[in-house]
Design a binder for this molecule. Sequence first.
Ligand SMILES: NC(=O)c1ccc[n+]([C@@H]2O[C@H](COP(=O)([O-])OP(=O)(O)OC[C@H]3O[C@@H](n4cnc5c(N)ncnc54)[C@H](OP(=O)(O)O)[C@@H]3O)[C@@H](O)[C@H]2O)c1
Length: 350
Amino acid sequence: MATSQKALFLTDKHGDWVVNTTDVPAPDRGQLLVRIEATALNPVDWKIRESGLFVQRFPAVVGSDAAGSVDRVGEGVRDFAPGDKVLFQGFFNTVQGTFQQYALANADVTAKVPTNVSVDAAATVPLGLATAALGLFDQYCDASAKLFPPWDLGGRGKYAGQPFMVFGGSGSVGQYVIQLAHLAGFAPLIATASPHNAPHLQSLGATHVLDRALPADALQAEVRKITRAPIPVIYDAVAHATTQNAAYDVLAPGGRLVLTLPEQIDEAKKAAPPAKHVIHIVANVNLPERRKAGQSLYAKLSGLLEEGAIKPNRHEVLPNGLAGIPDGLERMKKGQVSAHKLVARPLETP
Ligand SMILES: NC(=O)c1ccc[n+]([C@@H]2O[C@H](COP(=O)([O-])OP(=O)(O)OC[C@H]3O[C@@H](n4cnc5c(N)ncnc54)[C@H](OP(=O)(O)O)[C@@H]3O)[C@@H](O)[C@H]2O)c1
């Protein structure tokens, strides 16, 4: 049994990324110790370093996406055994950070990786899917559109005939939004993206892909050509000031706009009738207020992946294990990653 491991540390607030040796943590009651074979990179990882937000104790291990094999099970865990292939969402408290070779996972929000999904692909699922799922279908938390989940009995096709729109459909979050909205029956399902990503987004369930470069008024005109029906729910997975304001304009009176970043909608626009609901989400299935929805999603996740109802993001494996992550984060920061996820294999760290 391993007692020490390699981890990628952020040394300090705005500090450096450094690979170092550290202890392997022991699982608490209800937890698993997972040997991480693949971890995926997310925008929040470079934003933590850049902004100095989200993490206060250093050196810190971050990383939110992992897949690997169960090494040890904590007390009270019944559904997992050593050797099981699993995927889970990390948490920013170092022992649950996924940029290391071993991390702790809460068993109630961990899923088995079905045999038709590779471990690398499985690592692209947790954060992106949780952000889509909790923003739209969390019945227990007010920071959600609170739609009925398509993974629950009776949820598939429930919103048939209602239009839906996602800004940033080709991002990791956006691709899971498309897939869940498609399962829920929304149509037409309109996404914005670079035109070269249209065929892929259509394969996931988008009915129309509009060029992300369209100015707001041209975008609104294109949406109106597709549907005259009011759009009751819009997910803005880009959530820059421009997309937020464009989405707000397109949204139906009384509709719900889900944002992945803090709200930046013009005050005058918000003050003018009709009223619309704007929801900024923080999506982690480990959070107490998100746990019930997370448990319900994770109870069905293996089946959804096995069936192909949810497809992992396309991915690229980075070289040099954990040591390859900082270059990958730089590429993400520069906007050089389109419609796929970067994955690192911690066990391949030199
Ligand atoms: N609040 C939370 O809990 C939470 C959770 C996860 C993510 N986030 C945030 O949500 C955002 C998206 O995350 P992600 O993981 O999906 O990012 P990502 O996969 O890195 O997003 C990359 C994609 O963004 C698209 N994009 C960029 N600008 C766009 C625009 N103006 N219009 C349409 N598409 C645009 C690009 O599309 P093309 O290649 O097609 O041009 C690219 O494929 C990030 O800011 C992230 O920090 C927040």
